[in-house]
Design a protein around this ligand. Structure first.
Ligand SMILES: CC(C)(COP(=O)(O)OP(=O)(O)OC[C@H]1O[C@@H](n2cnc3c(N)ncnc32)[C@H](O)[C@@H]1OP(=O)(O)O)[C@@H](O)C(=O)NCCC(=O)NCCS
Length: 173
């Protein structure tokens, strides 16, 4: 499904054929920013394994969106639901954009598309974690209705330094 467009960038569901391009984008992001979970090189380059994970996610009707032009992917957002009856209404959101895609409203559109997916599949809680000093991301999430629920103190170590994460969530019903 196509969810919208920013200039030439189209926001759409990821296809299995996007696996290599998505993995390339994720590795580039890991190199460029310290705000994602993985360190440079930690993600690996196993396209088949990544495509398998994507296929499983699609089978469960979870959500993986990409922003891209043609076969190039410059950003993503995904949301995975809980696996059990008591938490399948709740989904964990992760997102990131390469620098050339930032500051153009793409993140806003990706999160709006996640909201559409949530309404379609009956997800009523969207949650995420964000490094407490990642002010651009916190600004975006706040604008999209996510509220801070608490701090996970020293939950990460980045470049040898302890980092706190905020838990943020949005109730969509
Ligand atoms: C965080 C991120 C997803 C934002 O996406 P984006 O497409 O650049 O955001 P948008 O253009 O839709 O901006 C929406 C809002 O986000 C906030 N924002 C975005 N960039 C910002 C910046 N550089 N400084 C401060 N606030 C910023 C603002 O509140 C903005 O609203 P405004 O335009 O009315 O001021 C993007 O910067 C990114 O991928 N960063 C690196 C990876 C990352 O941090 N991922 C999130 C991990 S939790």
């Amino acid at each position: 499904m196509i969810f919208g467009q920013v200039d030439q960038l189209r926001i759409r569901d990821a296809e299995l054929s996007d696996a290599a391009a998505v993995l390339r984008m994720l590795n580039e992001l890991d190199e460029e920013t310290r705000f994602m979970m993985l360190e440079p090189g930690e993600r690996g380059l196993d396209v088949a394994r990544f495509a398998g994970w994507l296929a499983d996610l699609r089978l469960r009707s979870d959500c993986y969106l990409v922003a891209g032009e043609g076969s190039e992917v410059v950003g993503f957002a995904h949301a995975e639901r809980g696996l059990y009856r008591r938490n399948k209404h709740s989904a964990e959101v992760v997102m990131g954009l390469l620098p050339r895609a930032r500051g153009r409203g793409v993140g806003t559109k990706l999160l709006a598309a996640i909201d559409e997916w949530a309404a379609r599949v009956g997800v009523t809680r969207l949650e995420l974690t964000v490094m407490a000093h990642n002010l651009p991301a916190i600004g975006l999430y706040s604008k999209r209705g996510y509220a801070a629920e608490g701090v996970r103190r020293h939950s990460l170590v980045v470049d040898g330094q302890p980092v706190d994460e905020l838990v943020m969530a949005k109730i969509t019903e």
